[in-house]
Design a protein around this ligand. Sequence first.
Ligand SMILES: *Cc1c(COP(=O)(O)O)cnc(C)c1O
Length: 377
Amino acid sequence: MQHTIPMNRTISDHLMRHRPDAPVLYFAPSVLQATARSFIDGFDGLVTYAVKANDRPEVLSNLVTAGITAFDVASPAEMLAVRAADATAVLHYNNPVRSTEEIAAGITAGVASWSVDDSDALRKLDAVPRSAEVAVRFALPVKGAAYDFGAKFGATPQNAAVLLREVARMGFVPSLCFHPGTQCEDPRAWASYLIEASRIAAIAGVQPARINIGGGFAADRGLGAPDHEAVFNAVKAAKLSAFGAAGPKLLCEPGRAMVAASCVLAARIKAVRAAGQTVFLNDGIYGGLVDIRDMGLPGPVRVLGPKGPRRSTATPRVVFGPTCDSLDRLPDGLMLSQDAEEGDYVLFGGMGAYSIAMSTKFNGYGLHQIEMVSELS
Ligand SMILES: *Cc1c(COP(=O)(O)O)cnc(C)c1O
């Protein structure tokens, strides 16, 4: 695949040449590959990628180039997306709620690892070959993440022990998994999960083959690079103290932190109203900016006018998206240069995760175009 060869040098080159009237996600493969390599070098285990954060072929093939061999998928469509980028990629199917048809699709695709968090879900895997790994997902009420993934999935530790024993009895490769919640800033969240994993294993009397520590790694939100090294070290230390030197192998599945920094989203100003206080963009919460509503700004914001960057003092604005729905509004107070005008571009940094993957086509809008650049400037 030619995806490693960017077609544009910089974002401003492309914007100035094409003046796109629809939002564009600018993707720098070099940034993504460097992030992937830093996870691979720093983490003491297998690094996989959570496809839901960004499932574009350009992203998946560059991860393969960087050395990612296994992917966390949640649906048959994500399995196909991964296999299109790499026919031999290892699939981990970690959405614990699956229809019978989805399980059949996973078996056909040769899924190597499945997660479960309840006994009915485990019984439904009876047709899965016993060479597969089944990881029991458990949840703790730990803080530290932007929001709690345990609210939807994950068995209690007591139920997880029962399930782990049942997984082993059925003849699968028994493992444990968890997810501390997205944009998790606190290494102790992973550490407390690992300690609990060893208790679950002891109650079950089953040594897990692997522990999947989930995603949740924080992305750089323009406030300096998050300390992934601290998480890697906390995980390593917690595993050693909980399981000893011959403990289970580890794997992780970052989504947000893997891909966020590799993209900048460019939205165009369609109108400026109310003496400059209100700005209408061509992208909003039904498009690539939906995650901003829930998570806040993921990185620096700048404005590009026809002659280059707008440098005047930034002032807080009310910013609407392009649809006719009044909910299509970014959190108030987005700071934009005072001299920003209709036709300018607003560049949002750190936008690789949960942007183009979550865009709808509501009202005929949305973020659908991706352009590769060698530099995010
Ligand atoms: C969403 C998800 C991830 C990735 O989470 P991030 O916060 O984006 O790193 C990893 N594993 C599972 C099972 C998920 O559902």
